[in-house]
Design a protein. Structure first.
Length: 429
């Protein structure tokens, strides 16, 4: 199971404007979640079946036993169909009672106030969650559109053989050090340091302190001194061979493929990617070392969250909320974390020995411990839900000419900011 680090955006159609509301500022009545926990509810997940059939059937059975007279009907849909289905169901009024959604796919429902405000309905459990996970679902003022469920956050994966060849003894602690080491790698080992990508570029900016959007996500904020310096540095690396040239000027290769082929020395990604690296290149896997992510010291490591949302038009909101709380409890999240590559959003789960101890010689254990500590110790930052695939593509298209030396970084970022702001404003029409 892998959390989709690069989420798919959908723009809610006009009919959403006419649907019922639930988050702060609504003129329609809030769903009553205080009633009796009885009756049938529908529950929808994204691409968890069949891998997690036993786990989810077990949780459902435990909930139904704890609440006699309830029934949970579970369905699972493919990830590539999620955005379209949620959009269509919101128009027809057929949204499931409990929905497993990533922050970006849920965002239109949250902004349009079509889901229950967990900040009010579930305020009693707020402090049990990782703060950045809880805040990942803040779309309308202080309202929270979902209870956090499972998370993903990165570690820094390194090819120790290439570092030794370049005379590098210590992994970088931030992007400035990464850029310096990439120059050294290009000069002494004739390889690139890392591969900037369309999908990953917004996360890089977030890590170096670029906000990406304003407070209410109505305007883009990318043309900052930090961003200009970063793009200028990438342009220098491009000329020096410190980043793969074909990854910018030609069709982009997967950054995991590039790393697996020993053409880059560093890869910042979720620990689940280690399995892919091992499959792609068993020999290289023996040279891999794991380090803290580039945002660790400044507490700006990105986190991607899936949450459990309840529509305001649910026919059984009390039972839906009770099930969402039950499924996202520390006990049930710990059980999921132990049989998957994702991380729980509950602080108590992250305190378990499964996430805090183990032999670091096992790379998956080392990665798990580092990522869990980032989440538990408050070193992660919310990646704005508005920063989706459309945002990333528009931003990358604008900065590519600057990276290959054909445009001024400030001008390129200014163009990106204007285009992105138009996209964000159009989404609010």
């Amino acid at each position: 199971m892998a959390v989709r680090g690069r989420n798919t955006w959908f723009v809610a159609v006009g009919a959403l404007l006419l649907s019922g509301c639930g988050l702060g500022g609504s003129t329609q009545p809030e769903a009553d979640t205080s009633g009796a926990v009885l009756g049938t509810i529908t529950f929808q997940t994204i691409q968890l079946s069949p891998t997690f059939d036993d786990y989810l059937h077990g949780v459902i059975a435990a909930f139904e036993k704890a609440h006699p007279g309830t029934k949970v009907e579970w369905t699972d849909i493919p990830s590539d169909a999620a955005a379209r289905k949620v959009s269509a169901d919101s128009v027809t009024g057929k949204l499931p009672d409990v929905m497993d959604l990533d922050a970006a796919t849920l965002a239109p429902l949250g902004r349009r106030e079509l889901v229950v405000d967990m900040g009010t309905a579930a305020k009693d459990v707020k402090d049990t969650y990782v703060p950045s996970a809880w805040n990942s679902f803040a779309y309308s003022g202080n309202a929270i559109a979902a209870l956090p469920w499972y998370l993903n956050t990165p570690v820094l994966i390194a090819n120790q053989g290439l570092l030794t060849k370049a005379g590098i003894e210590k992994q970088p602690a931030n992007y400035d050090e990464l850029i310096a080491q990439s120059k050294q790698l290009a000069e002494k080992a004739k390889v690139a340091g890392f591969q900037p990508t369309e999908a990953g570029f917004p996360s890089s900016l977030l890590t170096i302190g670029v906000p990406l959007v304003n407070d209410d996500s109505s305007e883009a904020k990318v043309n900052t001194p930090e961003a200009q310096k970063f793009v200028a540095a990438l342009a220098e690396l491009y000329k020096a061979g410190g980043i793969p040239q074909d990854s910018v000027s030609a069709k982009e290769r997967s950054e995991i493929e590039t790393f697996s082929d020993a053409k880059t020395a560093y890869l910042e990604a979720g620990g689940s990617r280690l399995k892919i690296v091992k499959q792609n290149s068993p020999a290289l896997y023996g040279e891999v070392a794991i380090g803290k992510p580039l945002g660790d010291a400044t507490k700006r490591t990105w986190v991607v969250a899936h949450g459990l949302a309840v529509p305001t038009k649910s026919a059984n909101p009390a039972t839906a909320l009770a099930f969402a709380k039950f499924l996202s409890s520390a006990e049930n999240q710990l059980a999921l974390g132990k049989q998957s590559s994702v991380f729980p959003s509950t602080l108590a789960s992250l305190n378990d020995a499964f996430f805090t101890s183990g032999d670091d010689k096992d790379l998956t254990v080392a990665a798990r411990k580092i990522a869990a500590a980032s989440l538990h110790d408050g070193k992660t930052i919310v990646k704005p839900a508005a920063v989706d695939s459309e945002y990333a593509k528009t931003l990358w298209s604008a900065v590519q000419p600057a990276i290959i030396g054909k445009a001024d970084p400030a001008a390129a970022l200014g163009e990106a900011e204007s285009k992105l702001t138009k996209i964000l404003k159009d989404r609010r029409q």
